[in-house]
Design a protein around this ligand. Structure first.
Ligand SMILES: [Mg+2]
Length: 229
C-alpha cells in the first residue's frame, strides 16, 4: 500500500474534452457576435496564438495554458481592443466549470484513500487559480492534502521537478507515492521515471506500457491500489 496517492486533474478527475467543447463553442459564438469572426477564422487564430504563446514562453511553463494571453494575442493581431480578452477568458472558464462532472468513481476513490489515512495530492500542468476552482466545483478540494501546479513548479510534467515536489509535500519517498493520470507520457511514465508508481487511466487503448498499471475507470482504483501497489 502506498503512503500517498497523487492525481492529475484534467481528463482524470473529470471529462476535460466534453467540458472544453462547450467552453470553446461559447467563446467561438462570442467571437462571431462581438468580433465578426467565423468559427473557422477563430479556430485558425486560436491555433496561431497557441503557437505564439509557446514560442514566447519557451513552451514548458504553466503560461502556455493561459487563455487570457491567447485571446490577448489574437486581438492584438486583429487590431481589436484587448478589452475583449478578460470577457472571453471569464466566458471560457465559467462555461467549462459549469459543464464539469466528476468521472465515475472519483468520490468513492477519494473517500477510500482518506479512510485509510493515505496522503492525497494533486500534480497538475496548469495555473493554480483555475485548478482550485475545478477542485471546488468537483467538491473534493477539502480532501486534498497538497497540490503542485506547473505554475508553482516552474516546469511541466513530465519534468521530474514537478514529481519531486509532490513527493516532498507528501513527506515520503517517491517509491511510496502512486501517481494517477490520463496521460501515459506526462503522468504515468513521468511518475515512473521519478521513482513513483504510475497508474494510467486509459481510454481503452491497447498501447503497450511496461511496468505501468492501467485502470479504465477511477472506480477500479481502490482494487488496484490494494492488489498491485
Ligand atoms: Mg490530464
Amino acid at each position: 500500500m502506498p503512503r500517498a496517492v497523487i492525481f492529475d486533474i484534467d481528463g482524470t478527475l473529470y471529462d476535460y474534452s466534453a467540458a472544453h467543447a462547450h467552453a470553446f463553442r461559447a467563446v467561438t459564438d462570442y467571437a462571431a457576435k462581438a468580433l465578426g469572426l467565423t468559427a473557422e477564422r477563430f479556430e485558425t487564430l486560436h491555433d496561431w496564438a497557441d503557437e505564439r504563446l509557446r514560442a514566447h514562453t519557451g513552451g514548458h511553463c504553466a503560461a502556455i495554458h493561459d487563455r487570457l494571453i491567447r485571446y490577448q494575442l489574437m486581438l492584438e493581431r486583429l487590431g481589436l481592443s484587448i478589452a475583449h480578452a478578460p470577457k472571453m477568458e471569464r466566458l471560457y472558464w465559467s462555461t467549462l466549470i459549469g459543464h464539469m462532472a466528476p468521472n465515475p468513481g472519483l468520490h468513492e476513490a477519494f473517500d477510500w484513500i482518506k479512510a485509510r489515512g493515505l496522503g492525497l495530492g494533486i500534480g497538475t500542468n496548469m495555473t493554480a487559480n483555475w485548478q482550485f476552482a475545478k477542485l471546488e466545483r468537483l467538491g473534493v478540494l477539502g480532501q486534498v492534502d497538497f497540490m503542485v501546479t506547473s505554475e508553482e513548479a516552474g516546469t511541466e510534467k513530465p519534468d521530474q521537478r514537478l514529481f519531486q515536489l509532490c513527493a516532498e509535500k507528501a513527506g515520503c519517498a517517491p517509491e511510496e507515492c502512486v501517481f494517477v493520470g490520463d496521460s501515459l507520457r506526462g503522468d504515468a511514465l513521468g511518475a515512473q521515471a521519478a521513482g513513483m508508481r504510475g497508474i494510467w487511466l486509459h481510454d481503452g487503448t491497447t498501447e503497450d506500457a511496461p511496468g505501468i498499471a492501467r485502470i479504465d475507470a477511477l472506480s477500479r482504483l481502490p482494487e488496484t491500489l490494494s492488489k498491485e501497489c
